[in-house]
Design a protein. Sequence first.
Length: 296
Amino acid sequence: MPTLQAVRASNATFRPPFRPVALFVGGTSGVGQGTAEGFARYTNGNAHIILCGRNKEAAEKIIATFPKNEQSQYEFVQCDATLMSNIAKVSADLRQRLPKLNYLVLSQGIMTMQGRTETSEGIDRKLALHLYGRWKFVFELMPLLEKAKEAGEEARVMTILSAGGNAKIDWDDLDLKKGYGLAAAANHATTGNDIMVDEMARRYPNLSFTHIYPGGVRTSLISGFAGKLLLPLVYPITVSVSTAGEWLVSPLLSEKFVKGAFWRDNHAEDVGANKWSTEETRKKLYDHVVSFTKTA
């Protein structure tokens, strides 16, 4: 396992010959924030960075800390990513005004003990955030990613959740309308992201797709979930958002991730492809996600 110092040193060598455009969905808090801050730090202001989420005030505070120069361009795009129609609308706007997209990072999510809670589109909120909405962004923004690649630049997608769990899912109930449970929802999201990374890398072999596990991170989600009594117990086995960001940003910056499919743990080490990934399961899940995320 590389040390944190080694990862920082590797990240610091990032010197792209182009001005990158990066979109961080869920970048206004938690691991998404840590990754965005790391990216801003290592591009030293020479980037166009877009934070996408619900909280404009939080985004503005984060952007205020980014390094700035004449090449810097930072902005916030508001989106409730539980709704596929919202994602389609935001993506259409981005396609219209952006010349390209080099990096797409997806970390939107919630931590809750509530049971199935459907959106107005009939999708469970947890699955909408952790699975369907993430790949809806990828589908909608693929033209911009391809433009970056056609220009000879980087085009990388990274979803931050829980790579390598190899959890079994119900292939006859992919949207969990029949057998919903918190464990089932978690399994479908994590294995779903693993398999979608595999399938998308096969469909777009010149692009990079990564599913990475952040590990235990002291985010507001963890703090709120643990509560004041348990937080002291959680603290020693977790890392700060900033430290997590060092590991999480590395697949965006390293030459090891130029193209292909990657599954990484919280130290950016390989955990391998999901054992349930076959030609049949990849096609079935891909077709399901495409169909389920379509909007009028």
